[in-house]
Design a protein around this ligand. Structure first.
Ligand SMILES: C[S@@+](CC[C@H](N)C(=O)[O-])C[C@H]1O[C@@H](n2cnc3c(N)ncnc32)[C@H](O)[C@@H]1O
Length: 212
């Protein structure tokens, strides 16, 4: 859903960049290699880019620096306000979400970092189906997000978070929709993509899906 997490991100917007810098112990591992993760998404992107869940604009800035035209979509008002402060004036960051958005021209790559887990698996499938209809052959979806190899890996991660006293992290893992690699692989494959997964830390993988 588009608005489910808006309040959380409106509240988090002003301190979010300190978390990605590794300043919060609970989220340190989630954001370890953050710069390398974003750089890999940029390296795998081609042409005109549509970005979902822009947040404070960190990936957007890197895409612009690499010479891409970028259309950003972000549902949280506070996140949009911060992104607009950090980004050049001409860059479009529109209200919308993974499923409900407007983009004014054909795009070549659809990107997102740390955001796709806000959709339940059925919505993830609806989104990828929609992107498959938008992209030309060779077009790409490049997403970085927390994803688990299997149920056991997920359960173990939650147990470890609780044992360390990382209650915010544990609650986050249990209340958002972090999926499993075989599920994500099936979603891409069933919608006409060939996908590769690259791991960057205990939580985050980069998924590069190319339209067949
Ligand atoms: C953890 S932040 C990631 C921000 C940025 N992409 C980054 O890598 O630093 C997640 C972002 O996804 C946005 N978001 C939440 N639900 C969404 C949805 N359904 N569609 C698109 N973006 C969503 C949030 O508002 C927030 O800005």
């Amino acid at each position: 859903m588009g608005t489910e997490f808006n309040q959380l991100f409106d509240e988090w917007a002003h301190t979010y960049d300190s978390f990605v810098a590794g300043e919060d112990d609970e989220y340190k591992e989630v954001f370890s290699n953050y710069e390398a993760i974003l750089n890999d998404v940029v390296a795998k992107s081609t042409g005109t880019v549509l970005e979902f869940g822009v947040g404070t604009g960190n990936l957007t800035n890197k895409l612009l620096e690499a010479g891409h035209r970028v259309y950003g979509i972000e549902p949280s008002k506070e996140m949009r306000a911060i992104a607009k402060q950090k980004l050049p004036k001409h860059v479009s960051v529109s209200e919308g979400d993974f499923l409900d958005f407007h983009v004014p021209e054909q795009v070549d790559t659809i990107v997102s970092t740390y955001a796709f887990h806000h959709l339940v698996d059925e919505e993830k499938n609806t989104a990828v189906e929609k992107y498959g209809q938008m992209l030309r052959k060779g077009g790409k979806i490049v997403f970085a997000d927390t994803i688990f190899i299997n149920q056991e890996a997920f359960d173990k991660t939650v147990e470890e978070a609780i044992a360390k006293g990382y209650h915010n992290l544990a609650k986050d893992l249990q209340s958002e929709y972090y999926t499993r690699i075989p599920i994500m692989e099936a979603i891409f494959t069933n919608n006409g993509f060939t996908v590769n997964f690259t791991r960057y830390n205990h939580f985050v993988w980069v998924m590069e899906a190319v339209k067949n």
